[in-house]
Design a binder for this molecule. Structure first.
Ligand code: GAR
Length: 225
């Protein structure tokens, strides 16, 4: 009998836009920092720049255009069919700007990750940078989390904090936050495919230990491996 060769975990990444987080993950899969393969990149927008990034890296792509579906349920059912063709171990939402139905979320619960540009539970939804500035917050940031049925919610995994400076605009703050996104999302994905992070009820665990509700704070990129 042939010896069984351990199969690398398969990731499917869902995007809607630029795909800079996707790129950070592609780069770390290519350098074998993340021990997995990206089975496919799926977009709900045919013009998403992230699709080009995927093609350039030789990753299969698919588009499920939400405009072709009158009902969210039908869009999600089609998305599920497309995702399942690749039999993923992990689904990564990387700037996927669609609200998902509870059926979709429940189907992939525990293996569905998201990144959101705020210190969740603060500011779910859109315009997070402007909202932090308008509120006079001194700190803002980004969170990786398991996805549950509520918008931009679910057990936090890693949270990176950045200062809000007096002269900040939403754009300058977004740039500072995105820099941290590209640090914490690849680490989160790596830990997942290594089997180190799991979801246990409303808490994420790292190596079997509950993470704080706010997620593990990113102190310095070098302190997290
Ligand atoms: C990122 O800033 C991500 O945090 C945000 O979309 C952007 C996608 O950028 N996600 C959300 O707002 C989810 N609610 P990218 O396409 O360059 O990775």
């Amino acid at each position: 009998m042939e010896p069984e060769i351990a199969k690398a975990p398969i990731i499917v990444v869902l995007i809607s836009g630029s795909g800079s987080n996707l790129q950070a993950i592609i780069d770390q899969v290519a350098s074998e920092e993340i021990p997995a393969v990206i089975g496919a990149v799926i977009s709900n927008r045919p013009e998403a720049k992230g699709l080009e990034r995927a093609k350039k890296a030789g990753i299969p792509t698919a588009t499920v255009d939400h405009k072709n579906f009158e009902q969210r349920e039908l869009f999600d059912a089609n998305l599920i069919r497309t995702i399942d063709e690749y039999q993923p171990d992990l689904i990564v939402l990387a700037g996927f700007m669609r609200i998902l139905t509870p059926d979709f979320v429940r189907r992939y619960e525990g293996k569905l990750l998201n990144i959101h540009p705020s210190l969740l539970p603060k500011y779910p939804g859109l315009h997070t940078h402007q909202r932090a500035i308008d509120a006079g917050d001194l700190e803002h940031g980004v969170t990786t989390h398991f996805v549950t049925t509520d918008l931009d919610s679910g057990p936090n995994i890693i949270q990176a904090t950045v200062p809000v400076l007096p002269q900040d605009t939403a754009e300058s703050l977004a740039t500072r936050v995105q820099h941290q996104e590209h640090v914490i999302y690849p680490i989160t994905v790596k830990w997942f495919v290594q089997g180190r992070i799991t979801m246990s009820g409303d808490t994420a665990q790292l190596d079997g230990v509950d993470l704080p509700q706010s997620g593990l704070p990113l102190e310095s990129p070098n302190t997290l491996h």
